[in-house]
Design a protein around this ligand. Structure first.
Ligand SMILES: Cc1cc2nc3c(=O)[nH]c(=O)nc-3n(C[C@H](O)[C@H](O)[C@H](O)COP(=O)(O)OP(=O)(O)OC[C@H]3O[C@@H](n4cnc5c(N)ncnc54)[C@H](O)[C@@H]3O)c2cc1C
Length: 579
């Protein structure tokens, strides 16, 4: 949990208090570290040339396997320990630097991206964030060099989104070691991973808590099961894991016993960012493919590119990608600037990124026509690969509830509305919340206005400021109207969280374009300005719509129809009776 006295406060949560902490987002937080820039460019160039020669995405899909040699080679190129500190053999990249390399990876192959994502974004992340010096010395050099692979084992047959309710159990023995029993399912790098950060329930100080363990391949009683046969990401080595009386020495406990659930959530909060920025990378590749196709392919005597509805799709792809990219990199920039509570921002970027790239891939295939349906083209594989993105690392709807309840909590405390309402664990699994409200009160109140956007962007800035004020009003109205039952208002969570995402994205775009104006001049940045105006105008209208529909909606009818359907157990309104 963030230390309220020293941490840099959360940004998105402050928006719902009606405050814009401009110091956090202006200037756009791109790191200008020349040494890191060189390193990123070299890593990206090496990755591109290695991939051009050695990675055949279709072959990975057909063989459902990535050769061991690939991990070995990527390790030699420095790509297996991107953010690991250099003293442990890693590249020591910032969060933004890591994201930039992952963008490139996202353009190469889905399975490889996920295998490396499991290894770095969630697998070894816990050791870097919570490991002791001894654990870092012991594990990180091999992991960063690609000699070993890491995994992250949380999900179980009865605990998916509801990860809090794990059944795996570890019992402390008199000699200080632990005995682990249980079963995990759908674990990436599950067969080839040598270091698996694994979560189990355990009794700590008389209470039933969670503890994180570093399980090593070769520990007696630990086995991986048969690989799953999956729709996409077929090169990902996805397996169940079985633990039968596995003895885990005390030096393999990660963090404090009892702190495992918080550790799991913090790892996922961080890992989610890579799905946001990875989606940006893939979206760029899909856009390039689409532009090439629609400008070359002619029908009705004209290039497809000239048709009205084609331009509509391309315009949407470019302008939304600009907004998404701004939001994703604002988030990594906040982390690099020392913001420790970025759970909401990373969830917003993950949800927006994974849903955009899914729709975009569908539209790209549409524009490719029948050819897009052929397996000689990359689209069908991309669609299969990315279908899981809105489900894993937090199902998007669960994240929407998480976002809304997380941002309502500090407002509820400020208004003293929630004295008897515990939003801290709103649906039992949503993780931990920073001591945010206290932090804000200590720091005083900030204005509800965007004052640091470039003067040429004033109308957009004025509107974004007004939308922040509206967010706060609507949040207050929700809390006053629903009180304790706000935790079960999922449809409202969805609208509020989508509105917050679009306000956050507008602020990200304003900051980014302000920096562009300052660096290149307004006259030389006309295209960026035009795209920013378009994105912000569309985003603002989505915000207005989502917030209005908090009150003006047919949610009751949806509840009613769903319940009738559960009762009937089927559709049941067929026009004709069959035999
Ligand atoms: C390819 C792949 C790779 C994976 N890799 C890993 C890994 O490396 N490590 C690991 O630990 N796990 C991994 N997982 C597991 C993954 O994280 C889970 O699938 C995910 O957390 C969702 O859990 P579930 O599938 O049990 O879905 P459930 O929890 O059963 O949910 C199903 C659906 O119900 C809806 N839903 C659930 N709860 C709510 C709610 N509160 N409000 C509204 N809607 C809701 C959502 O639409 C959700 O998608 C992987 C899974 C896959 C398929």
């Amino acid at each position: 949990m963030a230390d309220a006295t020293t941490s840099v406060p959360a940004f998105a949560k402050s928006l719902v208090l009606g405050e814009i902490d401009e110091d956090l987002v202006f200037p756009f937080p791109i790191r200008r570290d020349a040494e890191e820039e060189d390193r990123i460019r070299r890593l990206n160039a090496d990755l591109r040339s290695y991939a051009a020669e050695h990675i055949d995405s279709r072959a990975i899909d057909d063989a459902a396997w990535i050769d061991d040699q690939v991990f070995h080679d990527l390790g030699e190129l420095g790509l297996m320990g991107l953010y690991v500190p250099t003293r442990y053999g890693g590249q020591g990249l910032s969060q933004t630097g890591y994201a930039r390399v992952f963008e490139t990876l996202g353009q190469v192959d889905g399975s490889l991206t996920v295998a490396l994502g499991v290894h770095q974004s969630i697998g070894m992340k816990g050791i870097v964030l919570f490991g002791t010096d001894e654990q870092k010395e012991r594990f990180l050099p091999d992991l960063a060099a690609g000699r070993k692979l890491a995994g992250f084992a949380l999900t179980e047959p009865t605990a998916g989104s509801d990860a809090y309710n794990l059944r795996s159990r570890a019992v402390r023995q008199p000699d200080g070691s632990w005995t682990l029993n249980g079963e995990k399912r759908w674990i990436g790098n599950g067969g080839r991973g040598s270091v698996l950060v694994t979560f189990a329930r355990s009794e700590v100080g008389g209470a039933d808590r969670h503890t994180a363990f570093i399980v090593e391949r070769g520990m007696e009683g630990f086995e991986s099961g048969e690989r799953y046969d999956t729709m996409g990401l077929r090169g990902n080595d996805l397996r169940p894991l079985y633990f039968k009386d596995v003895r885990i020495p005390p030096e393999n406990v990660l963090g404090e016993p009892g702190d495992g659930f918080r550790i799991a959530m913090e790892i996922l909060n961080n890992g989610r960012m890579s799905l946001g920025t990875g989606s940006v990378g893939l979206a760029k590749r899909l856009l390039d493919l689409t532009i090439e196709h629609v400008t070359e392919r002619h029908q009705f005597g004209r290039p497809l590119a000239d048709f009205d509805m084609v331009e509509d799709k391309i315009g949407w792809m470019v302008s939304y990608l600009f907004g998404l990219e701004s939001m994703a990199y604002l988030t990594t920039g906040l982390v690099d600037a020392g913001v420790t509570d970025y759970a909401v921002e990373s969830a917003l970027a993950k949800v927006a990124g994974t849903e955009f790239v899914w729709r975009q891939a569908n539209r790209a295939l549409q524009l490719k026509g029948g050819a897009g349906y052929m397996r000689t083209e990359p689209y069908e594989q991309i669609l299969r690969d990315i279908r899981i993105f809105p489900i894993f690392e937090g199902a998007n709807d669960v994240l929407r509830s998480f976002v809304t309840l997380s941002v309502l909590e500090p407002l509820g405390e400020q208004l003293d509305l929630l004295t008897d309402i515990d939003l801290r664990d709103p649906i039992g699994t949503l993780g931990t919340f920073a001591d945010y409200a206290l932090d804000r009160l200590r720091r005083g109140i900030l204005p509800t206005a965007v004052t640091r956007a470039h003067p040429e962007l004033r109308p957009l800035a004025g509107r974004a400021g007004a939308q922040v004020a509206r967010l706060r009003n609507e949040a207050e109205r929700l809390l006053r109207r629903h009180g304790r039952s706000i935790t079960s208002q999922g449809m409202k969570h969805r609208r509020f969280s989508d509105a917050l995402a679009d306000v956050y994205a507008q602020l990200a775009v304003l900051s980014r374009v302000t920096s562009i104006f300052e660096e290149h001049g307004v006259e030389n940045s006309a295209q960026e300005r035009f795209i920013a105006e378009t994105f912000c105008t569309r985003a603002a209208s989505r915000v207005d719509d989502a917030l209005s529909r908090l009150h003006d909606n047919d949610d009751d009818r949806m509840h009613e129809i769903a319940r009738l359907a559960y009762e009937r157990g089927a559709y049941g309104y067929a026009l004709y009776e069959d035999l």
